[in-house]
Design a protein around this ligand. Structure first.
Ligand code: TXA
Ligand code: MG
Length: 317
């Protein structure tokens, strides 16, 4: 990765201070960043993404001192902060400096410290926390390269900082620590890691209680998340691969000869599968297939996040 010159960090920070939007690399996916303390800038994020205003944003901080200016930390939250910087978002009681636009009026704010030198440099240079959802149009595949951001939101941003491909590749784990720890969205930090830090069980919220869940009463009201243009179906476990679809395989050992396909990790490594997931999905989708068929990966470790994204892409969120 070639780091952009310091000049571009200064220019990007200047754009943020003027209320504009910046494409920001993080270790998970690229974010569409705005000054989290400026309600008008935050509203521009919703507009650019086509995102409904009731879906709150994550606020990115450079360090724990900054995080403490926007949220109240419980003893559990203090322990979890040991995983920062990293792909973990904590949902905590908000402090008054955070505008309603960021939290969609909720009493809690989602906070994280990203593990990426350019994100941290941008937050520090701007001098304030940055609200940033994934930098994709609402409901589409999250971006893991600067080119992906330009493709979907090029017109909406003052600039995109290019940090190369994202290391983790799936979004942060969203966790509500209190009154008992619940994962609202599986992501880059595994439940095994969370349990180890907390020394207590960490449950995954019911499908319907998770963030990004499709509304039960009104299916079809919101687009499914992470959706490619082509319809996506999950492969029947143990079943045959179809011959008339583009195939997304985990290790690819049993793919039929000649099939249009992409492989997440030839060696069966879940971290590699997570890192390549969104780019492989985009690659298959770009060829314009009638249908994409994807197989689930083992449901442990990062597999929980990978499978969550695949199910949502199939409209089973
Ligand atoms: O890795 C990530 O988390 C990336 C990078 C850019 O940091 N960001 C990201 O943001 O994935 P976004 O907006 O695509 O997803 C944030 C999720 C949403 O599902 C939102 O509903 C949830 O976090 N969220 C935000 N604030 C919340 C709150 N106060 N309470 C509960 N859920 C919240
Ligand atoms: Mg998103």
């Amino acid at each position: 990765m070639t780091p952009p010159p310091a000049l571009s960090i200064a220019e990007a920070a200047d754009a943020i201070r003027r209320g504009l939007l910046v494409g920001m690399p993080t270790e998970t996916v690229y974010g569409l960043a705005a000054n989290a303390l400026d309600a008008r800038a935050v509203l521009r994020v919703f507009e650019a993404k086509g995102r409904p205003r009731f879906d709150p944003l994550i606020v990115h901080c450079a360090d724990l001192a900054m995080a403490r200016t926007i949220a109240r930390f419980s003893p559990r939250a203090e322990r979890l902060a040991a995983l920062w910087p990293g792909p973990l978002t904590l949902v905590l009681p908000r402090l008054p400096c955070i505008p309603d636009a960021v939290t969609a009026g909720l009493d809690n704010v989602a906070v994280r410290i990203p593990d990426h030198p350019l994100a941290l440099a941008l937050i520090r240079a701007a001098g304030m926390p940055l609200a940033a959802p994934s930098a994709n149009r609402f409901g589409r595949i999250s971006p893991t390269t600067a080119a992906h951001v330009v493709e979907q939101l090029g017109d909406a941003v003052a600039c995109v900082l290019d940090g190369g491909p994202c290391r983790v590749g799936v979004e942060s784990t969203v966790l509500r620590p209190d009154p008992s720890p619940v994962v609202l969205r599986p992501g880059g930090v595994t439940r095994e890691q969370l349990t180890e830090v907390l020394g207590e069980p960490v449950v995954l919220a019911d499908r319907s209680a998770r963030v990004e869940a499709l509304p039960q009463e009104a299916p079809g009201l919101l687009a499914s998340h992470y959706a490619p243009r082509a319809p996506l179906r999950l492969r029947t476990p143990g079943g045959e691969w179809p011959l008339d679809a583009a195939l997304l395989a985990f290790t690819g050992t049993d793919l039929p000869a000649g099939a249009v396909h992409a492989i997440l990790s030839p060696t069966g490594d879940l971290a590699e599968a997570a890192a390549s997931l969104f780019a492989r999905l985009r690659q298959l989708d770009a060829a314009g297939p009638q249908l994409i068929v994807a197989e689930l990966v083992p449901e442990n470790g990062l597999g929980e996040a990978v499978n969550d994204r695949l199910r949502r892409a199939a409209g089973l969120g």
